[in-house]
Design a protein around this ligand. Structure first.
Ligand code: SF4
Ligand code: SF4
Length: 153
């Protein structure tokens, strides 16, 4: 099954890239992990198609800091491309387990992390308990973003 990403990103913009590598050279994710560099991502999309990229779990190592885009001399909206690729990856089930768990927790509890000991810790520091999370509101927001089309919530 091929899922199109080009309705979310203008593919023609990739042809503006002249592979100078300023983006990849500035990428903090590349400093700490074997991430997929933005220059490489564009090259793979052009040469092999985006299907190849969305199957690669390294796509999720990008922290969407936008530095690559800020430094691109061609003003290519690289982050838009990366987000479109991730959305496509998530629709195929290529989503990191921990991220999937955080989303499920958010949908169930209104928070993306377990906070059962938090009230205890807050009390220890003289702080009031956390107010209840607006779970229904959070679920509504998640649905309005279309997340329920990507992951069961
Ligand atoms: S900085 Fe821009 S032009 Fe240079 S490789 Fe990256 S995307 Fe291409
Ligand atoms: S947005 Fe992602 S790819 Fe671009 S510099 Fe930041 S971590 Fe690297």
């Amino acid at each position: 099954m091929t899922i199109k990403i080009w309705k979310f990103f203008q593919r023609e913009q990739l042809f503006e890239c002249y592979q100078c590598a300023r983006c990849t050279g500035s990428c903090p994710a590349m400093e700490v992990a074997p991430a997929l560099g933005p220059r490489e991502t564009i090259l793979i999309c052009l040469n092999q198609g985006h299907d190849r990229v969305v199957e690669d779990e390294k796509l999720w190592l990008c922290c969407t800091c936008n530095v690559c885009e800020d430094r691109c001399p061609q003003e290519i909206p690289i982050c838009d491309l990366l987000v479109a690729l991730r959305n496509s990856a998530a629709r195929r089930g290529n989503i990191p387990i921990r991220l999937g768990m955080a989303i499920e927790l958010l949908a169930k509890t209104g928070r993306s992390m377990i906070v059962h000991q938090l009230d205890e810790m807050r009390a220890h520091h003289g702080l009031a308990p956390l107010p209840p999370a607006p779970v229904d509101e959070v679920r509504d927001i998640l649905k309005k973003t279309g997340l329920d089309e990507v992951i069961e919530i």
